[in-house]
Design a protein around this ligand. Structure first.
Ligand SMILES: C[S@@+](CC[C@H](N)C(=O)[O-])C[C@H]1O[C@@H](n2cnc3c(N)ncnc32)[C@H](O)[C@@H]1O
Length: 419
């Protein structure tokens, strides 16, 4: 199934050795929003079995976000009669931020089939003994087969994404498919509609390569942010990976007003200018990861070996070298003007060839958030017409920072939204 171009700014093209990718249809500016994408499917990253809100006299529930829109629910409000939080009237297990979200959920993500399917699965002792990964995969499979019922065209879009089953996906499908099959009597899905072990393997493979994590809010005290939900985003799935990305993803799951049903939309913004025809890439994980761990993740999770400029340089580093240490050393020898020049030269075809063994230092100094444990990527706020914005936003912690990267003392470079 082919999809229309996502916007006038981007087109989907075949790229040798990388499958499809997103390419700039015109010159793109730093901070420019090149894509807004809504998920066709969202599912909880929490294990299937959680303490029910209704069964708890204390506020010990682990459910801390809405099961439909995945906004954070204030723990103090859970169980509070003045709260707008509501439980599903049927299972009394799933929690929604307000009656509007509940009513949307009952017609979509928490249809009566999903409600019954998850209730049956929660009672399945075989599943409860399984590792967390299988319990989360069950959430995905129930959401995916629900999608097949409520929006067959979106289900087909998901099937058209990249990903073929590998040994681990097939093994997971062999365990999970019979469990889901036992729910078929509850559903419209059945063998007559193509429901099979092969289809279960195929959609698990799509999920593995394409699901994006919607993360818990950033905390300086926790360098391992957990995932609250996963989503399949049909256009964002076409971005290939680069260890020096030229665009990054922002989400504002909790920030949008509670009556806005687009709170889980992704916004992809340019980190710096790029010329027409250049491939637009995201980094699939925080940019500070070391060469060896990046290579491991990319081969294990995504099935490819990265040959980007940065990997070619860092393959010669010792395993103890980190971009943070090297960037600090570089900062001492590089002034602001040099950094600006190097960032601007990203529009060249052969950037930075004249530099030493860390030609990408400018990227970490200019575009990596320096807040403790954050490792987010900074992109400018959108330009106003042709005027670039000199305020950078971190896509993890949300910190705003003026784009005067150097010679500014710690703390003095932060700006507020009003600036
Ligand atoms: C989310 S998909 C990206 C879109 C995909 N290329 C397609 O054709 O739909 C992730 C997959 O794209 C491919 N890919 C992404 N970045 C790549 C890169 N830098 N080099 C080679 N393949 C890459 C890998 O096969 C990876 O599993």
């Amino acid at each position: 199934m082919s999809m229309a171009a996502p916007s006038s700014l981007l087109k989907v093209e075949e790229i040798q050795g990388r499958g499809r990718g997103m390419v700039a249809s015109q010159p793109l500016k730093a901070g420019q929003i090149v894509l807004r994408d809504s998920p066709i499917l969202l599912y909880s990253a929490l294990p299937l079995v959680r303490q029910s809100l209704s069964s708890s006299s204390s506020s010990a529930s682990t459910s801390c976000f809405c099961d439909h829109c995945f906004r954070i629910l204030s723990p103090s409000l859970q169980g509070d009669s003045s709260s707008s939080t509501v439980l599903c009237p049927n299972c009394r297990h799933h929690c929604f931020c307000n009656s509007n979200c509940l009513s949307n959920a009952l017609n979509s993500s928490h249809s009566s089939w999903v409600c019954q399917a998850l209730s049956h699965l929660r009672a399945n002792s075989l599943l409860l003994e399984q590792p967390l990964e299988h319990q989360v995969q069950v959430n995905f499979l129930v959401a995916a087969y629900n999608l097949a019922n409520i929006s067959p065209s979106d289900f087909q879009i998901m099937l058209s994404l990249q990903g073929s089953p590998d040994d681990s996906t097939i093994a997971a499908a062999q365990f999970l498919h019979p469990l889901i099959s036992s729910l078929c009597s509850l559903a419209l899905i059945g063998p007559q509609n193509g429901f099979s072990l092969e289809l279960t393997s195929a959609i698990l493979a799509k999920d593995k390569l394409n699901a994006f994590g919607i993360m818990q809010p950033f905390s300086e005290h926790d360098d391992q942010r957990s995932v609250r939900a996963y989503g399949i985003y049909p256009y964002a799935s076409f971005f290939n990976h680069d260890c020096l990305p030229n665009a990054c993803r922002f989400d504002y799951v909790d920030a949008n007003p509670s009556d806005d049903s687009h709170n889980t939309d992704f916004i992809i913004r340019m980190i710096h200018d790029v010329p027409q025809g250049r491939e637009i890439c995201l980094s699939y994980f925080p940019v500070n990861e070391k060469y060896s761990s990046r290579q491991k993740r990319l081969i294990e999770d995504y099935g490819f070996t990265c040959n980007c400029d940065r990997c070619n340089v860092e393959s010669n580093w010792s395993d103890n070298d980190s971009v943070e240490d090297n960037a600090e050393e570089e900062e001492e020898v590089m002034d602001e003007d040099q950094c600006e020049t190097m960032a601007a030269s990203d529009t060249d075809d052969h950037p930075h060839e004249d530099n030493n063994d860390f030609p990408h230092a400018y990227f970490f100094l200019k575009y990596m958030c320096d807040r403790t444990n954050c490792w987010g990527t900074l992109a400018p706020l959108p330009p106003q017409g042709d005027t670039p914005c000199n305020v950078m936003e971190c896509n993890v912690c949300g910190k705003l920072k003026s784009d005067n990267t150097f010679d500014i003392d710690e703390g003095q470079d932060e700006v507020s939204m009003e600036d």
